[in-house]
Design a protein around this ligand. Structure first.
Ligand SMILES: Cc1cc2nc3c(=O)[nH]c(=O)nc-3n(C[C@H](O)[C@H](O)[C@H](O)COP(=O)(O)OP(=O)(O)OC[C@H]3O[C@@H](n4cnc5c(N)ncnc54)[C@H](O)[C@@H]3O)c2cc1C
Length: 466
């Protein structure tokens, strides 16, 4: 482990000279605001918060931090769920929200160029007027930054058909730990020159460099959408339906599942008419050209009927469609309302293992006497077992942490992965070797050491201490 320098007044003064006094925060109240993020159970005070306005300022801040061995924690909106922005060793929180300009919308190449502080939904609003969309849509689209979503390789509800953030990032400007600025990728649809550095920095969780400019791919907005809700008294029938829809060569834009615990909690909270005795509901949306959407919706209905859905509710208009998706959107707030603390996990399994995973999570909940609702992106196997508890209750938390260990162990045993979209950060670090083994872990640590030899960038996260 590196010995980091205690920050001194001279460092703070140097930072003020780089970004301007008003963009350096040092009061206890301000520092406290950046000592935690959306992940429960983690917090640590930074020494200073620095808010750069340009790539040059980022470069100067990193050059200073590197020469003085001061840790740097890059931060967008702090909505990550893996403790990715917690300044665990003090030092600098580098807040990217001032760099929030959409630089270009290029409708000939179907790309947008933006700074990392742009909020994802703002980019979508800007491109929508051109009949285009930027598909990655985490639940936090209205708050998360482009830089944060690229660094977490965020997913969302449309992942099944449209993929995740890495499928849209075409190029990046990155400031390395040394303060040197590097450009990788670009607007070319085909580009196989060199290592794929764009992909390396996408999902690197701020451990390899600071992203200061992002080139993303845009796609034409779908002309039509059709949504439906299928209700199942038997979880296996829901599982079979998921596999059968894909086997019928239909790729819905969205294919979501809620288990019984989630259904009951959502109904209690939002009163949207969910069947509280159902073992599972599937929420499905197909989109595209109107004629194709009609055909695909009819096929999905047929598959659901063959696979013994007990009821299918089809949205006839926009209001009914909104009602279906309001139920899904209510899942997390409804569960979160039950207890003071909410852990949203994202253990992910191959899609044919979804019922097995849900059943295992239910068993684990019983075994450790903890409350877990499971919902998530069934089509891509990305489950969100959501544990509600009280972090102040030590006895309960010891059961919660044991339950988490078993959930992640089960996902790996089923051929799954620790994270479908929330990243590793600190929260899931202890399971990384179980998934990757020592050789792959060492290869990843070598990449970290090569790009950040003084280990100043988000130290201790993703690959652990180097
Ligand atoms: C209620 C809720 C719902 C959510 N739903 C989803 C979902 O559906 N799908 C999903 O994928 N995620 C979801 N998330 C997680 C979260 O919104 C995403 O991880 C998002 O990508 C984080 O963006 P941010 O701007 O808040 O980044 P932050 O939390 O600020 O940072 C995230 C990581 O990126 C790094 N970072 C930030 N900016 C930069 C930069 N410019 N350069 C280098 N590194 C940087 C940070 O160091 C950190 O490691 C949800 C979170 C909540 C609280």
């Amino acid at each position: 482990m590196k010995g980091y320098e205690q920050m001194q007044n001279q460092h703070i003064e140097a930072l003020k000279r780089i970004v301007g006094t008003e963009h350096v925060l040092t009061s206890a109240e301000e520092l406290h605001c950046y000592s935690y993020d959306a992940t429960p159970g983690f917090s640590h005070m930074p020494d200073v918060v620095v808010i750069p306005g340009t790539t040059e300022e980022v470069a100067k801040v990193l050059a200073l931090a590197n020469s003085e061995k001061i840790p740097v924690y890059t931060r967008g909106s702090g909505t990550n769920l893996s403790a990715g922005t917690i300044p665990t060793k003090g030092g600098i929180v580098l807040l990217m929200t001032r760099m929030n300009q959409i630089i270009e919308i290029d409708t000939e190449n179907l790309v947008a160029v933006a700074q990392p502080g742009v909020i994802v939904s703002d980019l979508n609003k800007a491109v929508e007027t051109h009949g285009l969309i930027y598909p990655p849509d985490p639940g936090t689209v209205t708050t998360a930054t482009l830089g944060g979503t690229v660094s977490e390789n965020a997913g969302g509800l449309r992942g099944l058909k449209y993929g995740v953030t890495k499928h849209y990032v075409m190029g990046l400007e990155v400031v390395l730990a040394s303060g040197q600025v590097m450009n990788v990728g670009g607007k070319n649809v085909k580009d196989v020159s060199g290592y794929d550095m764009t992909k390396l920095f996408t999902g690197a969780e701020g451990t390899l460099g600071v992203i200061t400019k992002i080139i993303v791919k845009l796609v034409p907005a779908p002309e039509a959408k059709k949504s439906m809700m299928a209700i199942f008294k038997n979880l296996d029938n829901a599982g079979n339906s998921i596999a059968a829809i894909i086997a019928a060569k239909i790729i819905p834009a969205t294919l979501e599942i809620m288990d019984n615990a989630t259904i009951r909690t959502v109904e209690d909270y939002a009163k949207v008419g969910l069947p509280v005795d159902a073992e599972a509901v599937l929420l499905i949306e197909v989109d595209g050209i109107p004629e194709v959407v009609e055909k695909e919706a009819a096929k999905v209905l047929e598959v659901l009927t063959i696979n013994k859905a007990d009821e299918v509710r089809q949205a006839k208009d926009a209001a009914e469609r909104d009602k279906i998706w309001a139920a899904r959107r209510a899942a997390l707030p409804a569960l979160a309302k039950l207890r003071p603390t909410t852990f949203v996990e994202d253990a992910t399994v191959p899609r044919n293992k979804v019922p097995e995973m849900i059943r295992a999570v239910n068993e684990i909940a019983k075994k450790y006497n903890v409350t877990i609702g499971t919902f998530g992106h069934a089509g891509d196997g990305n489950m969100h077992p959501t544990i509600v508890c009280d972090i102040r209750d030590e006895e309960e938390m010891s059961r919660v942490y044991k339950a988490m260990d078993e959930i992640f162990g089960t996902a790996i045993k089923l051929g799954g992965t620790l994270s479908g979209e929330h990243g590793i950060g600190l929260g899931k670090l202890k399971y990384m070797e179980d998934q990757f083994g020592p050789v792959a872990m060492e290869a990843m640590r070598n990449i970290k050491r090569a790009l950040d030899p003084n280990l100043i960038l988000n130290p201790g996260k993703l690959v652990g201490e180097c």
